[in-house]
Design a protein around this ligand. Structure first.
Ligand SMILES: [Zn+2]
Length: 323
C-alpha cells in the first residue's frame, strides 16, 4: 500500500509542480498555443521559434536546482539582472524605459506599460525580442540564440524544438512508443550500471533489448535525428533529441531506415533502423555478441549532459502499448 502511494505521488508531483494548475493537458496546450500565436502577431517572430525557446527553458528548469520550477503556462525564465539590465540599480524594475536605458532585455508584451518577469505575455515577448533583432530565418535565429545562450548544444536543442513544432504544426506532442513493435519477440531486464567487457572499464549506460536480427527499431518520442553513423563501441547508431531535451541513443543496429538522415524530424513509433550486433571494432564489425538494441537516455540541463536509467521508461511505454 505504501509503495502504491509513493507511486501515485511520483506520477502526480512532476505534473502538479510542472506545467499546469488544475487544467487538463489539452486545455493547457490550447492556452499555451494561443499565447505563442499572440506573441507571433506582436513580435513578427514565427510561433514555433517562441515555443521552442519556451519549451527548452521549461525542460532545463525541471532538472536544475538553481532555477525555479516552471509553474505557469510559460517556461521561459530570465534572471533579474538580464531582465532589468546589468547596471540597473533596481533589479525589480518594471519600467520599459529605464530597463531599455540600462540595456535590460525585459519587454512589455501586453501593452500595460509594465515589463513584468512574471507575466506570460511579457515573458514570451521578451523571448521573441531576443530573436527579432536579428531576423527570422534559421541562420539569423541561430546567431541570435548563440548571442544569448553562448552554447552550441543549447542552440541545437532549441532549433530542434522549432523544427519539430513547425513540422507537426502543434505543441501537444506527448506520444510515446516502445522501441520494439509488440508483434516481435524481445527480452530485456535492467542492465543499468553493469560492467562491460569491451573497451576498458565502462559502466553500462542503458538497457539492452535482445531480439532477432532485423527486428524493427522505432523512435520512442517525436524528435530530431542529431547523430547517425559508426562508433567503435555502439556500431551503427542513431541519436535523437526530443522536446524535453532528452537524447535517445540506439546502438548496435543492423542498418538504418531508408533515407533517414541527420536533421530529420521523426515521429514516436517511426521505424529508424533494425536490431543487429554491430560494434566493438572498426566500421562494419558485427557478430561479437548476440543481436540486441542498446537503448540509452541522456538528459541535458543547459550546462552538462548525463546518462540516466531508461529501464523505468521502457517499462512504462511497454505497459501503455499493451493496454
Ligand atoms: Zn548495452
Amino acid at each position: 500500500m505504501k509503495k502504491f502511494l509513493i507511486l501515485i505521488l511520483l506520477i502526480f508531483i512532476p505534473f502538479r509542480s510542472g506545467d499546469a494548475k488544475e487544467i487538463s493537458p489539452e486545455e493547457m496546450y490550447k492556452q499555451r498555443m494561443d499565447l505563442y500565436k499572440k506573441t507571433e502577431v506582436v513580435s513578427g517572430v514565427p510561433w514555433y521559434f517562441i515555443a521552442a525557446i519556451d519549451q527548452y527553458e521549461r525542460s532545463i528548469r525541471h532538472v536544475r536546482k538553481d532555477l525555479p520550477k516552471p509553474d505557469g503556462l510559460t517556461g521561459f525564465y530570465m534572471d533579474a539582472t538580464h531582465w532589468s539590465g546589468p547596471l540597473n540599480p533596481d533589479k525589480g524594475d518594471h519600467n520599459p524605459l529605464t530597463i531599455d536605458f540600462f540595456s535590460g532585455k525585459g519587454r512589455d508584451g501586453n501593452g500595460d506599460g509594465k515589463a513584468s518577469r512574471t507575466d506570460d505575455e511579457d515573458l514570451l515577448y521578451t523571448a521573441a525580442s531576443l530573436i527579432s533583432l536579428y531576423g527570422v530565418n534559421d541562420t539569423s535565429v541561430r546567431i541570435a540564440l548563440w548571442n544569448y545562450y553562448k552554447r552550441d548544444k543549447t542552440v541545437s536543442a532549441i532549433m530542434a524544438n522549432a523544427k519539430i513544432y513547425r513540422t507537426f504544426n502543434r505543441i501537444n506532442l506527448d506520444e510515446k512508443a516502445f522501441p520494439i513493435p509488440k508483434e516481435y519477440n524481445y527480452t530485456y531486464h535492467n542492465t543499468w550500471g553493469d560492467r562491460r567487457g569491451w573497451g576498458g572499464r565502462r559502466m553500462h549506460e542503458g538497457t539492452d533489448i535482445f531480439a532477432s536480427y532485423g527486428t524493427p527499431v522505432r523512435a520512442v518520442r517525436h524528435g530530431v535525428v542529431e547523430l547517425k553513423g559508426w562508433n567503435k563501441y555502439g556500431g551503427w547508431r542513431v541519436g535523437i533529441r526530443d522536446l524535453h531535451n532528452t537524447y535517445h541513443y540506439y546502438a548496435h543496429l543492423n542498418g538504418f531506415a531508408k533515407d533517414l538522415k541527420i536533421g530529420d524530424v521523426v515521429k514516436a513509433g517511426q521505424v529508424i533502423g533494425s536490431v543487429g550486433s554491430s560494434g566493438y571494432g572498426p566500421p562494419g564489425t558485427s557478430g561479437k555478441f548476440p543481436p540486441h538494441l542498446h537503448f540509452g537516455m541522456y538528459k541535458d540541463n543547459g550546462i552538462n549532459e548525463w546518462a540516466f536509467d531508461p529501464y523505468p521508461h521502457l517499462k512504462a511505454w511497454e505497459r501503455a502499448e499493451k493496454t
